[in-house]
Write a protein that binds this ligand. Sequence first.
Ligand SMILES: [Zn+2]
Length: 254
Amino acid sequence: MIDVHCHLDEHVFRQDLDKVIERARRVGVKAIITSTINPKNIEYSLYIVNKYKNYVYLSVGLDPLILDDNIFSEVYEWIKGNANLIVGIGEVGLDYYYIRDHSERAKQRNMFIEWIELARELNKPLIVHSRSAGKYAIQIIMEQEYYNVIMHAYDGSVGYAMEAAKRGVFFSIPPSVVFSQQKQKLVKRLPLESLLLESDAPVLAPFRNQRNEPANIIYTVRKIAELKNTTIDKVIEVTTANTLRIFKDIDIQH
Ligand SMILES: [Zn+2]
């Protein structure tokens, strides 16, 4: 299993990260991609990926709620200058749950397009946040014709997801699929070949009001196997192959 998206740089992991990583290894997680979305945490994230070398990998993006041009440029330039240190760009994207203002949404869309352009230029996968904006994020991706994309914790309609999946976009499924009807519907309809595993730790745990962690992607695996009427081994085999297909910089043969 590979956890394609979580946030190990968050404060809630500062005390016991060694144990969190140990539990992930024990349950069979072969690699973890931690995403930092605040430039203040980039340095600490680099410390983490060095400490757990060839196990924890880095993606860098920007919280879609941050619309400040200076912070955007800071992250953009850092990524351009340090592309060799990251396996993907993200998360970036749209958040229409928190951002209601029309001009702010327009700004979010423009920034999102710039991230897509950067991902294309650097030939990196893009990890997309699209809370309450799944349809709009997919529309932009299709307009830009960039499909080296992972829709993370997608909460939009299955119809749009199917259109994107047909073009090669992946959907990463968090442990909250255990109780989320919307995510269960998504898993049922999308082919296994379009699915990836993510924890989104520390959020989206399989049980409400609990800190999430990468080891919990086993809950995602079990639920996918149940919904797809297949075996746990098959889900692990296919989602791992999918992950290695999109993240070419990840190596689990060591
Ligand atoms: Zn996230």
